[in-house]
Design a protein around this ligand. Structure first.
Ligand code: SAH
Ligand code: SF4
Ligand code: F3S
Length: 440
C-alpha cells in the first residue's frame, strides 16, 4: 500500500472554489493523500485563491510567507497555489515566493495528480492553460464516503459578460456548461452519499446551456426539472444569477417546482443607470426592479439577496442615493457589498477613481440599510412555520442547527433529529444572524 500523505487545503473566494477544493482533494486522494485540518502536519499545502479584489489577492502572498517557514522546518513540504490568483498571476507567484512548488489554474485541476508527481521529483509545476478536454470528467472519482446534507455542484463555469470592474472573465475564461446527464449522475452520487440539498453553481449559472439527453441545448430551468426527478434529493438552489439571463421558464420553476427553494441571489451592483452603463451591466435599475416584480408574482415569499459595489469610478452621491433607493424598494434578506477595488487589466481601472474615504463612508451607509432590512425580515419570520434541513449539532446539548427554505440558520433545542432530516419547526425568536425554533 502506498504511504498516506497529508493534504491541507485552504479555500478563499466563492462557492465554486469550495467545490473545486473538494474535487482537488478527491483527485489527490487517488494519489494517496488524506485531508488534514491543520497546515502543521501537512505534506502538501494548497491555497485555493480568489482574485476578485486586491485585498483577496494580496492576502495570498502574506499567507505564502507564513507557509514558507513551515517548509524551512520540513523541506519535503510542497506548497501549491490554485484558483484565480494562480490563473491571473501564473509564474509571477513563483518569482515572488520561491517556496511555491506548484501553480495550477482552475481549468487544469484534472492535471493536478501529474503535477504533484513532478514536484516530488524536485521540479516546479505550472499549468494555467485553458485545455479543451472536460476537466469535470477527468475529476470524477465518485467516492462513496458520506457527505454533509448540503452540497455544491458546479454546472456552468466562466463568464462572457465582461463587467468593467471584474476579473472573472479572465480568470475563469469563457462560459461553458456541463452536459445534463453528467450533472444528474453527479447529483445521484451525492444523494447516495447522504446529500439532500444541492446548490447548482456557476459564475452565471442562469446562462446555463448544456447538452440535454435529447441532444438539444437545455437551459437551467430544464436542468432543474430533470433534477427534480432525482429520488431522495429534497432541495435545489442555484447561484449566482445575472439579471439578463432570468428566463421565463426559470421564473416559472420558482412557482411550480416544489424542490426549488424560495431564495434568489441576483446581484445588481448599483441602482444608478449611469453607473450600470459604465459597468457594462446591460440592464437598468428599472428593468431589474420589474424583473423582481415578476419573480415575486411567481413566488411571493421568495427571499432576495444581492451584491453591491460602492465607489465605482465616477460614482457621485446622487448615483449612490439611487442605489439606496433601489435597496429600499427591493428589501433584501441578505446582501454582499464591497468597496470598488481596482483590478489591473479591467476597463474601469483606467478611470477616475472615487476617493477611498468617500467610498468607505458610502459602504457604511449601505451596509447599515442592508442590516436593517435583514433584521426586519428575520424578525418577520417569528411565528412562522418553516422546514429545516438539519445540518449539525448546535453549541448547546440537545440542540441541532439547520437551514430553512430561506437559507436562514435555525437553532432547535431538544431536537432528536439527525443531520439530513427535514423537520417542521416554528420560529420562536430572532437572534443576531440566526433564528431559534421549536419542532412542531
Ligand atoms: N457573476 C456574479 C458575481 C461574481 S463576483 C455576478 O455577475 O453578479 C462576486 C461579486 O464581487 C460581484 O457581484 C461584485 O459585487 C463583486 N466584485 C467583483 N469585482 C469587484 C471589484 N473589482 N471590486 C469590488 N467588488 C467586486
Ligand atoms: Fe464578473 Fe460581470 Fe461576469 Fe459577474 S457577470 S462574473 S460580475 S463579469
Ligand atoms: Fe474569486 Fe475566482 Fe470566485 S476570483 S470570486 S474565486 S471565480
Amino acid at each position: 500500500m502506498a504511504e498516506t500523505k497529508k493534504l491541507f487545503i485552504k479555500t478563499y473566494g466563492c462557492q465554486m472554489n469550495v467545490y473545486d477544493s473538494e474535487r482537488m482533494s478527491e483527485a489527490l486522494g487517488a494519489s494517496g493523500y488524506t485531508e488534514t485540518q491543520t497546515p502543521d502536519d501537512a505534506d502538501m499545502i494548497l491555497l485555493n485563491t480568489c482574485h476578485i479584489r486586491e485585498k483577496a489577492a494580496e492576502k495570498i502572498y502574506s499567507e505564502l510567507g507564513r507557509m514558507k517557514s513551515l517548509k524551512t522546518a520540513k523541506p519535503d513540504l510542497k506548497i501549491g497555489v490554485a484558483g484565480c490568483v494562480a490563473q491571473a498571476e501564473g509564474a509571477e507567484i513563483m518569482r515572488r515566493q520561491p517556496a511555491v512548488d506548484l501553480v495550477v489554474g482552475p481549468q487544469s485541476y484534472h492535471r493536478l495528480a501529474e503535477m504533484e508527481i513532478k514536484t516530488r521529483r524536485g521540479e516546479k509545476a505550472l499549468d494555467t492553460d485553458f485545455p479543451i478536454e472536460d476537466k469535470f470528467e477527468a475529476l470524477k472519482h465518485r467516492p462513496k464516503a458520506r457527505r454533509a446534507p448540503a452540497a455544491f455542484l458546479t454546472v456552468q463555469e466562466g463568464c462572457d459578460k465582461f463587467c468593467a470592474f471584474c476579473v472573472v472573465p479572465y480568470t475563469r475564461g469563457a462560459e461553458t456548461s456541463r452536459p445534463v446527464q453528467r450533472i444528474v449522475d453527479e447529483a445521484k452520487n451525492l444523494v447516495e452519499r447522504g446529500v439532500r440539498e444541492i446548490t447548482l453553481l456557476g459564475q452565471n449559472v442562469n446562462a446555463y446551456h448544456g447538452t440535454g439527453p435529447d441532444g438539444n441545448e437545455w437551459g437551467l430551468a430544464q436542468l432543474i426539472w430533470e433534477l427534480d426527478k432525482v429520488d431522495g434529493l429534497a432541495r435545489i438552489r442555484f447561484t449566482t444569477s445575472h439579471p439578463n439571463d432570468m428566463q421565463d421558464d426559470l421564473i416559472d420553476a420558482h412557482a411550480y417546482c416544489a424542490k426549488l427553494m424560495p431564495y434568489l441571489h441576483l446581484p445588481v451592483q448599483s441602482g444608478s443607470d449611469r453607473i450600470l452603463k459604465r459597468m457594462n451591466r446591460s440592464h437598468t435599475a428599472d428593468s431589474y426592479l420589474r424583473l423582481i416584480e415578476r419573480i415575486r408574482a411567481a413566488r411571493p415569499d421568495i427571499l432576495m439577496s444581492g451584491d453591491f459595489i460602492v465607489g465605482f469610478p465616477e460614482e457621485t452621491e446622487e448615483d449612490f442615493q439611487a442605489t439606496l433607493d433601489l435597496i429600499k424598494e427591493v428589501r433584501y434578506g441578505y446582501a454582499y457589498s464591497f468597496k470598488y477595488s481596482t483590478r489591473p487589466g479591467t476597463p474601469a481601472a483606467e478611470r477616475a477613481q472615487v476617493e477611498d474615504a468617500v467610498a468607505a463612508e458610502r459602504l457604511q451607509r449601505l451596509q447599515a440599510l442592508i442590516t436593517q432590512q435583514q433584521v426586519e425580515i428575520q424578525n418577520s419570520m417569528v411565528g412562522r412555520d418553516v422546514t429545516i434541513l438539519i445540518e449539525k449539532q448546535g453549541r448547546d446539548p440537545g440542540q441541532m442547527v439547520g437551514k430553512s427554505e430561506y437559507l436562514h440558520a435555525v437553532h432547535i433545542n431538544d431536537c432528536d433529529a439527525i443531520p439530513g432530516d427535514l423537520v417542521q419547526a416554528r420560529i420562536t425568536e430572532a437572534v443576531r444572524n440566526s433564528l431559534a425554533g421549536t419542532m412542531i
